[in-house]
Ligand binder design. Structure first.
Ligand code: SF4
Ligand code: SF4
Ligand code: SF4
Length: 271
């Protein structure tokens, strides 16, 4: 048995239900031997992070819930003394609240910052995967159950294989083999609006060509509002050329897609 979390960022509305339900499940509730009570403040075993991109008015935001990754190669487990961190048969990584007392080094060991130090209890604490629920008949943890959009899934790796095909992990470079996977994390975008400064009207149907540093090209047309968008771009350098019948073409060079550039309102001069 090997359980994984799969989080579909495209389905996440940022409602924070997962974060709140984790609090409701663990704050001031004593689930020993799985976990001591989480304090009401200072810890988020599940935290919804927001990621705004672009510049006004072309701004987009997505949300990424983060929790312990239940890593297959977990630094916290290696840093623990006396077996204070252990991996269960289902793959969940759990801190033993009795053995871990005083082991502040565990809070430093996690590269994801998923372990919190509880000064009052002299204890490192983190997401347990809601092992206390799973061992008593629950199919999924509280955060997964609370998600209204099915953005969070939890189950056997083999059963979720279809979802895992295009999934990624956060900070693969840490080399910890996380067991929390993410799908549909949006790439960079680039946008703008094209208008005729003489008529003071947007230009509909202008051809916009994006050329990336590797030479690949994408072409789109401005819409009924004069807007154009290129989505899910890699982080690279790009050039954009805007052409419309009766107008002189205009080109922008050395655009860095990483910043999700908005070219703003682009006037085209008559040819
Ligand atoms: S995310 Fe951090 S706390 Fe969780 S298993 Fe990995 S190293 Fe340990
Ligand atoms: S699995 Fe349980 S402990 Fe972990 S983030 Fe979800 S609700 Fe919190
Ligand atoms: S409950 Fe679901 S939709 Fe709401 S923030 Fe969490 S993952 Fe996103």
């Amino acid at each position: 048995m090997s359980k994984v979390f799969v989080i579909d960022v495209a389905r996440c509305s940022g409602c924070h239900n997962c974060q709140l339900s984790c609090k409701d499940e663990h704050c001031e509730n004593d689930w020993r031997p799985y976990a001591a009570p989480q304090p009401p403040t200072g810890q988020f075993w599940c935290r919804v992070t927001d990621h705004p991109r672009g510049t006004i008015p072309k701004v987009k935001i997505h949300y990424i819930p983060v929790l312990c990754n239940h890593c297959a190669d977990a630094p916290c487990l290696r840093a623990a003394e006396n077996g204070a961190v252990y991996r269960r048969a289902d793959g969940l990584v759990v801190i033993d609240p009795e053995k871990a007392a005083g082991q502040k080094q565990l809070a430093e060991a996690c590269p994801y910052g998923a372990i919190f130090w509880n000064e009052e209890l002299n204890l490192p604490q983190k997401c347990t995967g809601c092992a206390h629920l799973l061992d008593h008949g629950a199919k999924v943890p509280r955060c997964v159950e609370a998600c209204p959009t099915d953005a969070m899934r939890f189950g056997e790796e083999a059963e979720l294989a279809d979802l895992l095909r295009d999934a990624v992990v956060l900070h693969r470079e840490y080399g910890t083999s996380p067991r929390v996977y993410y799908r549909n994390i949006p790439g960079c975008f680039l946008g703008g609006l094209v208008y005729d400064p003489v008529e003071e009207e947007v230009i509909i149907g202008a051809t916009v060509t994006l050329t990336l540093a590797d030479g690949t090209r994408q072409i789109t047309q401005t819409d009924a509002f004069g807007d154009f968008w290129f989505r899910d771009l890699p982080e690279t350098t790009a050039a954009v050329t805007i052409e419309a019948e009766g107008f002189a073409p205009k080109t922008f060079f050395d655009l860095q897609t990483a910043g999700c550039p908005n070219l703003g309102d682009v006037p085209l001069e008559r040819a």
